[in-house]
Design a protein around this ligand. Structure first.
Ligand code: HEM
Ligand code: HEM
Length: 200
């Protein structure tokens, strides 16, 4: 008997996912001399997150937040069954996966937004350093303003580094969960995210 296929991930969700993976890793592994690549890749991540939020309200059934966002009690209940072979099956995201989708979207947005702030603070700092080359009658004020700019610079750089690394940890957890699901429940989720279909 041949089993049927259920369409689960629409083409836009799949294109969103694999472009996001590419853009995130480009952004994560480029800095310093490669800022020209880092920043556009980061903006692509932010644009994709905005798209996914909109798609979560207007997209097809399995792409909608209403299909997979569940309260903490349901997530905990599901996690208790995750390692058992007879855990309930979900065609779209399971409750834990759904919660991870939301957390990832928030963390990806925070990473990009802190990056934009770090970039702006850094540019502001460079501009104020250039002004300092011209001797000023208010040297003391200039010095204080410069120090404040440096603190702002450091704050956003630190915030950007922390959010980027926290997001990476979540992604490692996300990928581990996908493979754990595949091993325990024998369902190839990666194939589904590539071709859009799951077995009935
Ligand atoms: C930068 C790295 C990654 C990020 C940011 C990421 C993010 C996401 C997001 C946001 C979703 C939800 C998709 C949606 O509903 O629109 C998702 C789902 C999924 N991702 Fe990833 N992902 C990453 C890497 C990977 C990798 C490397 C794999 C496979 C090896 C993978 C496999 C999957 C699968 C199978 C799903 C669907 C899970 C399910 O059936 O519930 N992801 N991912
Ligand atoms: C969401 C995607 C992004 C990821 C994963 C990411 C990741 C990173 C990482 C890992 C670093 C190095 C942190 C360190 O070790 O000091 C960094 C630095 C930086 N990023 Fe991003 N970034 C992203 C988006 C952006 C965006 C959109 C911008 C600005 C338009 C940006 C601007 C910067 C700047 C200015 C630095 C240098 C800060 C420093 O020198 O420490 N990033 N980013």
């Amino acid at each position: 008997m041949t089993t049927g296929q259920i369409k689960v991930w629409d083409p836009l969700v799949r294109i969103f996912h694999w472009t996001l993976v590419t853009a995130f890793f480009i952004a994560y592994f480029t800095e310093d001399d490669l800022m020209w690549l880092h920043e556009p890749a980061g903006y692509v991540v932010l644009g994709l997150v905005v798209f996914r939020v909109v798609w979560g309200f207007v997209g097809p059934r399995y792409a909608r937040f209403s299909d997979f966002v569940r309260g903490p009690a349901v997530v905990v209940q599901y996690l208790k069954t995750f390692f058992k072979r007879d855990a309930p099956r979900f065609i779209g995201h399971n409750p834990a996966g759904g919660m991870m989708v939301v957390i990832l979207l928030v963390m990806l947005a925070l990473t990009a937004l802190t990056g934009i702030q770090a970039d702006e603070a850094r540019e502001g700092q460079q501009a104020s350093n250039a002004i300092k080359v011209i001797p000023s009658a208010h040297a003391d004020d200039d010095h204080k303003a410069g120090e404040q700019g440096e603190h702002e610079d450091e704050f956003w750089e630190e915030a950007h580094e922390v959010t980027a690394n926290l997001t990476l940890i979540l992604i490692i957890l996300h990928i581990s969960a996908v493979f754990a699901h595949m091993i325990i429940h024998g369902e190839n989720l990666v194939r589904a995210m590539l071709i859009g279909e799951k077995e009935e």
